[in-house]
Design a protein around this ligand. Structure first.
Ligand code: TRP
Length: 329
C-alpha cells in the first residue's frame, strides 16, 4: 500500500475546479492508500507573516475538506503546525540543501518579483519545508498540480542526497500521484482557461444560490451558431463541459441538439446550468457551514489527525537522529 501525502494551502476557499480536479479523486484515493492530508499553515507565513486570522482560515479549509468527503477515520487529517517534528526535519534537511539550488527554483524567483520587500529566508527554504512535510511520513506518492512539480523534484533530490550522504537507503523518492484518466480540467466562466482562484472566474462551494445564478448568467458566450452542426466555440464548450459535470446526460444532449440545429437560446442553457450547479453545490455548502459551526467536532478531528501524524513523524525523527549520529547519553 502506498503512503500518500497531500498538502493544502491554508488560504482561499474551494471552488468547483478544486472539487472536480482534485478533491473528488482524494475521496477514492483514501480508500486505496495510507493517506495524510494536512493544512500548510507554516508555509502561509512565507507570504503572509502577520495573518489577519490564521486560525480561522485553517478552520474553514478543514471544514471544506471534511464536507467534501475526506474521512478522518480513513486518513490522517491534520494541521502542519500541530506536528513539531516537521520543523526538526526541516532544520536537518536545511543542512543538506544548497542556497544556489534554492535560489534557482521558479517559485522563489517568482516571489522575489512579486514580494520584493519580503524576500525572507522562509521563502528561500520553502521547498525544504515541503520536503520535510513529505519525508516525515516517508510518503512515496504526492498529488501535485503543475505549479508544484519542481518542489516535488526538490523533495526527491533531498531524499536521495540524504540517503547518499549518510549511506543509507532510508527515504523513498516521492513520486507524483497519478489519477490516470480521471483528471478533469474544469473551465471557468470567463470564456477561456480553467477555473482558478486568482482568475476570479469560479464558483465556490460556499457560494449561495443567488451568487451562483448571477455568476452563471454572466458567463461569457458567443453570438450563436449560424449553420447546422457548426463547431462549438470555446466559451460554449466550457458551459457544456460544466453541464457534463453537474447535469443529467439528457439535459446535456437536449442543449447540444438545440445547438446543432441552431435553435439554442443561451439564456435557457444558463438558467438550466445554474439550477444544476445549485443542486450540486447547495448540499455541500450546507455541510460546510454546519461543520464550520461545530468547533467541538473540528477539535476532535484535528486532535485525532495530529495524533496519527505525530506517531508517524516521531518514528521518522527518531530514526533520522540515529542515522545522523545524535545519541542519548
Ligand atoms: N506548496 C503547496 C501549494 O502551494 C502546499 C504544500 C505544502 C504541499 N507542503 C506540501 C503540497 C507537501 C504537497 C506536499 O499548493
Amino acid at each position: 500500500m502506498d503512503t500518500v501525502l497531500s498538502g493544502i494551502r491554508s488560504t482561499g476557499n474551494l471552488h468547483l475546479g478544486n472539487y472536480f480536479g482534485a478533491v473528488k479523486n482524494f475521496i477514492k484515493m483514501q480508500d486505496e492508500n495510507n493517506c495524510y492530508f494536512f493544512i500548510a499553515d507554516y508555509h502561509s507565513l512565507t507570504t503572509y507573516p502577520t495573518p489577519e486570522n490564521l486560525h480561522n482560515s485553517v478552520k474553514s479549509v478543514l471544514a471544506e475538506y471534511l464536507a467534501t468527503g475526506l474521512d478522518p477515520e480513513k486518513s490522517a487529517i491534520y494541521v502542519q503546525s500541530d506536528v513539531r517534528e516537521i520543523t526538526e526535519l526541516y532544520l536537518l534537511l536545511n543542512m543538506n540543501a544548497y542556497v544556489g539550488e534554492l535560489e534557482r527554483t521558479t517559485s522563489f524567483k517568482d516571489k522575489v518579483r512579486t514580494q520584493p520587500n519580503n524576500v525572507n529566508a522562509g521563502l528561500l527554504t520553502y521547498p525544504v519545508l515541503m520536503a520535510a512535510d513529505i519525508l516525515i511520513h516517508k510518503a512515496n506518492k504526492v498529488p501535485v498540480g503543475k505549479d508544484q512539480e519542481q518542489n516535488l523534484e526538490m523533495a526527491r533530490k533531498f531524499a536521495k542526497r540524504f540517503n547518499h550522504m549518510y549511506k543509507v537507503d532510508y527515504f523513498p523518492e516521492p513520486q507524483p500521484y497519478n489519477f490516470g484518466e480521471n483528471l478533469v480540467k474544469v473551465p471557468g466562466l470567463d470564456g477561456s482557461g480553467k477555473m482558478g482562484k486568482t482568475a476570479g472566474n469560479g464558483i465556490y462551494l460556499v457560494d449561495d444560490d443567488k451568487a451562483i445564478r448571477k455568476k452563471v448568467m454572466r458567463a461569457v458566450t458567443d453570438s450563436g451558431p449560424t449553420e447546422m452542426n457548426s463547431p462549438i466555440s470555446e466559451p460554449i464548450q466550457n458551459l457544456f463541459t460544466l453541464m457534463e459535470l453537474v447535469s443529467t446526460p439528457d439535459t446535456l444532449n437536449f442543449f447540444k441538439e438545440k445547438y446543432a440545429t441552431c435553435e439554442i437560446r443561451y439564456g435557457d442553457l444558463k438558467k438550466q446550468l445554474a439550477e444544476d450547479i445549485i443542486n450540486f453545490v447547495a448540499p455541500i455548502r450546507k455541510n460546510i457551514l454546519e461543520i464550520q459551526e461545530d468547533t467541538e467536532y473540528l477539535r476532535k478531528v484535528a486532535k485525532m489527525g495530529a495524533e496519527k501524524a505525530i506517531e508517524s513523524a516521531s518514528k521518522t525523527i527518531k530514526e533520522v537522529r540515529e542515522i545522523i549520529g545524535f545519541r542519548e547519553f
